[in-house]
Design a protein around this ligand. Structure first.
Ligand code: GTP
Ligand code: MG
Length: 199
């Protein structure tokens, strides 16, 4: 799939305020600083569709984009940002769980995992939660740059080993680097297939 048009729809803080149009939706989530915004820009071949920052915790609301006039891409706030207050974190969790459980048009969640660091408990917990609730998702390993590929592949291997503790099969996953423009065709091909299946 080629991305031809992208349009920013809006930023939303409450599930009740989300756009009601019944078009297929794909969201991107991950720990703060995992490279979500960079990946979204890379997928869409846009420099600054989603804001990239070196300050963690930049994305605070659900940011909606309409892609090719026929599907929604949603940039979700990052989790695991330690400097956010506890009550804010709880609010975030409630909103996200509600979104994952109740959003009818949500076709697939892409959970981003930083391949430059060893497996993180928060990521594994969220993945297990998706499993418990039978919510469809795929994994995108980010920052698998060539110059540090050995380290990345090692971490990805460790992550899969950890997952095998609770999962019989490792779910669909992708290895990407936004910096080196690697992995986008595979991700977009899955989205294309799922969009067609949904209509
Ligand atoms: P928040 O919205 O703040 O939670 O962050 P985010 O997950 O949207 O991450 P963002 O795209 O802003 O990137 C965070 C940092 O990682 C930035 O400094 C990016 O330049 C860097 N980064 C993103 N993708 C890659 C990559 O493929 N390789 C490398 N080496 N760095 C990357
Ligand atoms: Mg971001």
């Amino acid at each position: 799939m080629k991305i031809q048009t992208t349009r920013f729809i809006g930023s939303f803080n409450k599930i009740s305020e989300l756009p009601q149009a019944g078009i297929p939706e794909f969201c991107f989530i991950g720990r703060s600083n995992v490279g979500k915004s960079s990946l979204i820009n890379y997928l869409c071949s846009k420099k600054d569709l989603a804001k990239v920052s070196s300050t963690p915790g930049k994305t605070q609301s659900l940011n909606f984009f309409l892609i090719n006039e026929n599907w929604h891409l949603v940039d979700l706030p990052g989790y695991g940002y330690a400097r956010r207050s506890k009550s804010l974190r709880n609010d975030w969790e409630k909103t996200m769980y509600q979104y994952f459980l109740e959003r009818d048009t949500l076709i697939n969640i892409f959970i981003l995992i930083d391949s430059r660091i060893p497996p993180q408990k928060l990521d594994l917990e969220l993945i297990d939660w998706f499993g418990e609730h039978q919510i469809p998702f795929s994994i995108i390993f980010t920052k698998a740059d060539k110059r540090d590929l050995k380290n990345s592949m090692n971490n990805i291997g460790l992550f899969k080993t950890k997952m095998q503790e609770n999962w019989e099969e490792i779910p669909t996953h992708f290895i990407t680097s936004s910096e080196e423009k690697k992995g986008k065709e595979e991700v977009l091909a899955l989205i294309e297939t799922l969009v067609y299946q949904s209509i």
